[in-house]
Write a protein that binds this ligand. Sequence first.
Ligand code: 5AD
Ligand code: FES
Length: 348
Amino acid sequence: MKELIDRLAQQQNLPDGELLALIRNTDSETERYLAQTADRVRRRWYGTDVYVRGLIEFTNICKNDCYYCGIRRSNTHADRYRLTEEEILRCCRAGWELGYRTFVLQGGEDPWYTDEKICNLVKRIKGEYPECAVTLSIGEKSRESYAAYREAGADRYLLRHETANENHYRQLHPEPLSCANRKRCLRDLKELGYQVGAGFMVGAPYQKPEYILEDLRFLQELQPDMIGIGPYITHADTPFRDMPSGGLHETLRLLSILRLLFPGALIPATTALGTIHPQGRELGMKAGANVVMPNLSPAAVRKKYELYENKICTGEEAAECRFCLERRMESVGYRVVVSRGDVKKQPV
Ligand code: 5AD
Ligand code: FES
């Protein structure tokens, strides 16, 4: 396997059979070598820098009914909320003071936030903080809507593809969602000049190594700037309540494989990874990640944005998450930087 990993690092690619063998491999020595190689590549491109994104979860109202997600429409136990424009701006102001230069506005697909409201919000944030990057993560929209947000000043868009396989997509999402439309959205976003983030859950129900291979091939075709992966985590108020969560090591190995396939990508050590293991995000960094997304949402709503159970950082204030993460990253030899943290097209 070492020879294979070296070749992957050199060529940023492997034939299907070998990549599949690597995806399937669970041996801990291989995992260690993967992480070591991925970290070397990460340091060549980004040094020890860790980019932070202030995450503002501004609505947990969603018109979709994804089987895995805790804020799905049919979950009547979810305590729904929307932040006002003023509340969102207050989060950004607090975030700016804490050194965040990227704000991620994430929410369910909530029709109350019309394109006009989203555009106004983006304009106000960019008006107050012209040097910041605004990232939207608000799901599937028409090309026209994406164009309008871009026009208003949005720089980046996060939309995980969730799975590149049509059949698997159907096992995770009821109609009217479709794999084809998801991919259409991502291609439109790229064409409109966004820095685009895609990704998927590791250990999602019905996932197979062959599907992960398809995910990697889809990502190679899309060439996103950001790739977000984290373990699937069971939520009791969903149809997948009896499905097991994804694993730590499975996620770490995939993070490393992603770093080797996409040396310059922005790859977060996600909150979900921090949720399944107390040092999940630190281990994610050591396996090749270079981004963390601390929570900037008002403490009063944090518990309500419950995509999955036992989510971390729900009792904390913005400043606590900021300093907690700084310490955590330092504990494993990396450094949080005050920067927009744009994607690099060349190693340093
Ligand atoms: N476990 C882990 N991740 C989840 N997401 C949604 N539900 C869960 C869950 N139960 C992820 C999806 C989505 C992102 C915002 O959160 O991949 O794209
Ligand atoms: Fe949120 Fe540690 S990062 S409390």
